[in-house]
Design a protein around this ligand. Structure first.
Ligand code: 4AD
Length: 455
């Protein structure tokens, strides 16, 4: 294309341009505005140049004609250059579509920061069909894409919505520590660290700390990173994930189950009602079915029968038996076949953690629950907790855990015990389900898993 040596100057006789973010430019019809952002897409028809501008709040179709379109800077414009565009917002004709239903007719521009062309061009750094690990090296640039940024916006709406639901449910938010000296979910996935010469770990779950808050603050929740040294690479395991955990007191197992299904259902409802996130979920996951109350309830023992009847085998490729862990593949097959959210309850004592309360009517099993969603499987794990000191000590013994570092946790049973229970929700797993992503890695800003700790 032939670039002309044209000097571009602002016509000072025009009305003063008002600075707008793209989101708020949509309703500035017939107003002169200035909008800054990144060149997201670019189409050059010689006499007319179309730029789709992106600023994180939205996308704006813009049109440059005449000298502007023929100027050196526009002819040589590259994707991801930052630019400020001045002009008038016009409604697009009914036959055309554009974000927000408007176009910006540009009368002046300023380049803020150019992006490279040629070998270093943005499109060479993030090639859609490149190897996933190469794309993960370029995560900081990948985030600018429409899909990943949409998932991150839904994620923000999820956080906002769940906080709103917890507020409605009367829970208080707390911020437990990440650096701890106790385990919650088994020693094999602990990340160890040297804490001024003492052994410490990155937290696996804030549950034990939440339990200590009950007597001080009543029902509580936290949104905190949890860390798991999961050596195997799966679609749904990260080494660091955002754990939404809640703990409630003076309730029974049934109350806990109703609370969990209510929190999930309302949170999803609020996300879908959100003006930003709702349409994004529709785009990412057009077939998404909002969960309906009440969820299907299924006991572990009945799940074992279901798996047997459907010829699904356990991890050793044998028929399932009572006592087997229902691992990821089998769990997902069952959930996908049943096709609705399931509250899977009453897991055997041996396959669960030290703190879980046994059922009164069957001492082999615990008052525990996993919430299973079609396409991802488990998104939530929870239980009623042992509230008796002796029984808790037996739990530590069974799991071979030295109770000494847990004195503060044991004290909860000593100084006025109470029936209580709670659960943890995996943020990235909820998002994988909600946004129809193949893996939780697509739902984390900078995913961490074995072999990956950058950028
Ligand atoms: O089932 P989990 O291990 O339960 C606990 O940690 C309890 N202490 C929580 C509590 O009762 N307060 O983990 C809870 C949820 C899982 O259902 C899953 O959604 C998510 O956390 N999760 C993971 N998400 C991503 N990567 C991992 N490695 C995860 N491990 C668990």
């Amino acid at each position: 294309l032939e670039a002309m040596n044209i000097t571009i100057e602002e016509d000072l006789s025009l009305p003063k341009a008002e600075r707008r973010k793209i989101r708020s430019a949509y309703d500035a019809v017939d107003k002169r505005v200035k909008v800054s952002g990144w060149v997201h897409r670019l189409r050059n028809n010689k006499s007319v140049v179309f730029i789709i501008l992106r600023d994180g709040t939205g996308f704006l179709q813009t049109v440059l004609t005449g000298d502007l379109a023929r100027s050196y800077q526009i002819v040589n414009l590259t994707l991801e250059t930052t630019i400020t565009l001045y002009g008038t917002i016009k409604v697009v004709p009914e036959s055309k579509s554009a974000p927000g239903g408007v176009e910006l007719f540009v009368d002046y521009f300023e380049i803020v920061g150019p992006a490279p062309s040629g070998e270093n061009a943005f499109t060479n750094r993030v090639q859609e069909n490149a190897d996933p690990s190469i794309l993960l090296d370029q995560r900081h640039l990948m985030l600018r894409g429409e899909t990943l940024s949409a998932v991150m916006k839904v994620r923000a709406a999820l956080m906002k919505s769940i906080r709103r639901v917890y507020d409605e449910e009367g829970l208080t938010e707390v911020n437990p520590p990440c650096m701890v000296q106790t385990q919650v979910e088994g020693g094999s996935t602990l990340f160890k660290l040297d804490y001024y010469g003492e052994e410490a770990f990155l937290t696996q779950s804030s549950q034990l700390y939440l339990e200590t808050c009950l007597a001080a603050l009543g029902d509580v929740y936290c949104i905190q990173e949890s860390f798991r040294a999961e050596k195997s690479h799966t679609r749904r395991h990260l080494s660091e994930y955002t754990h939404i955990e809640a703990e409630l007191c003076f309730l029974d197992f049934d109350d806990l189950l109703s609370h969990i299904e209510r929190v999930i259902t309302k949170t999803i409802q609020y996300v879908l009602e959100d003006p930003v996130a709702g349409p994004l979920v529709k785009k990412l996951n057009p077939n998404f079915q909002a969960p309906q109350l009440p969820f299907k309830r299924m006991e572990y023992k009945d799940a074992i029968e279901w798996l047997k009847e459907h010829g699904i085998k356990n991890e050793e490729d044998k028929e399932f038996q009572f006592g087997d862990d229902i691992a990821e593949a089998a769990e997902r097959k069952m959930t996908d076949t049943i096709g609705v959210p399931i509250l899977l309850t009453r897991f055997p004592l041996e396959i669960k953690s030290f703190y879980m309360k046994r059922c009164d009517d069957d001492k082999r099993v615990t008052e525990s629950v996993d919430v299973l969603m079609p396409t991802v499987g488990e998104i939530t794990g929870g239980s009623m907790r042992i509230d008796d000191t002796e029984e808790l000590m037996a739990g530590f013994k069974r799991e071979g855990i030295d109770p000494a570092p847990y004195y503060w946790f044991i004290d909860q049973r000593k100084y006025g015990t109470c029936p209580h229970g709670g659960y943890g929700l995996g943020t990235e797993r909820i998002l994988a389900w909600l946004c129809d992503r193949f893996t939780v890695r697509d739902c984390s800003l900078y995913p961490r898993f074995s072999g990956r700790c950058k950028p």
